[in-house]
Design a protein around this ligand. Structure first.
Ligand code: ZN
Length: 308
């Protein structure tokens, strides 16, 4: 990896040891310097699409109970939290907070690496809390604990403690000599050509998942699989694990439902197609783009060690 990747470079202290320290939490939630980011229906608020709105705890507490806040971490001795204000109406939100609600993805490229990573963490936690109001085992209501990093089932006979979930997904650039495979999803009507991705199934290794997804989506067999990097992808709750894979067959057969079309591209093919506006590459904030760009940046004829 040559430079930073969105959501993945958060040099902030997650302060995990403080999550179960009620005195520390109470002090931080009473301190004016702490920052609380309101999150409304999974969107943060921003000024000019680049400055995230952060409130002092007292102001945040007037919008929602501070006991529902989630500790994101500590930067230079300042504690950062999110608080869900989704019960506000759209008008109520506009009245209460000066800023516009945006999905993180739409503004992430305007943020610092650290802020993008911290808000990605907050977004993933927000989705998890909303989706886990009830116990998956007994159906009883759950209650927030550990500064937002656990939920406990309130049913007396159950009491199960639930922790935040992340769904592992593999994302793969298939390589065949001096060309790579790019595919367009059937559900989008712009010519965005991307890598192949899918969720890891229970009982499956990452390598198995790569080979299965590639053959399912584009009909190509793959042999050697090389891990490249990972990226948190809280849209809504994935961890993307990026690979390059070596093709061992070349005939493409798309399923037509998930993937609309796919083709092999040399580096020159990509340059030409981009210049002619025939294709669009994956979004800049995505690991998919990184997998493609890292391969494009290799000189023609480069032996990729581990993939031969
Ligand atoms: Zn339960």
């Amino acid at each position: 990896m040559t430079n930073s990747m969105r959501y993945a470079d958060g040099d902030f202290d997650r302060a995990a040891e403080c999550r179960e320290d009620p005195e520390w939490l109470a002090a931080r939630l009473a301190h004016d310097s702490s920052r609380v980011y309101p999150i409304w229906r999974h969107r943060f608020l921003f000024q000019e699409q680049r400055v995230p709105v952060a409130l002092a705890p007292a102001a945040a507490g007037r919008l929602a109970g501070l006991e529902h806040s989630v500790l994101l971490g500590v930067i230079d001795d300042t504690a950062h939290f999110t608080i869900d204000v989704s019960t506000l109406s759209e008008d109520g939100l506009a009245t209460a907070i000066a800023g516009a609600a945006h999905d993180l993805r739409d503004v992430a490229m305007n943020l610092s690496d650290r802020m993008a990573a911290m808000l990605a963490f907050g977004r993933g936690m927000s989705v998890w809390h909303v989706d886990h109001q009830f116990c998956g085992r007994c159906g009883g209501p759950t209650k927030i604990e550990r500064a937002g990093h656990a939920r406990r089932c309130l049913d007396k006979g159950c009491g199960r403690l639930h922790f935040p979930r992340t769904d592992p997904a593999v994302i793969t650039l298939v390589i065949d000599g001096e060309r790579c495979l790019l595919a367009r999803r059937a559900t989008i009507d712009i010519p965005r050509f991307s890598t192949v991705a899918g969720f890891v199934e229970p009982g499956e290794t990452l390598e198995d998942a790569v080979r299965r997804e590639v053959v399912e989506e584009v009909g190509v067999l793959t042999g050697a699989v090389m891990y490249r990097a990972s990226q948190p992808w809280p849209f809504p709750s994935s961890l993307m694990m990026g690979f390059w894979a070596r093709a061992t067959s070349s005939a493409i057969k798309v399923d037509g439902e998930e993937i609309g079309e796919a083709a092999w591209f040399t580096r020159a093919d990509i340059d030409r197609a981009l210049a002619a506006d025939e294709i669009i590459l994956p979004p800049e904030d995505s690991i998919s783009r990184r997998l493609v760009e890292d391969w494009r940046n290799l000189a023609e004829g480069t032996i990729i060690e581990g993939l031969e």
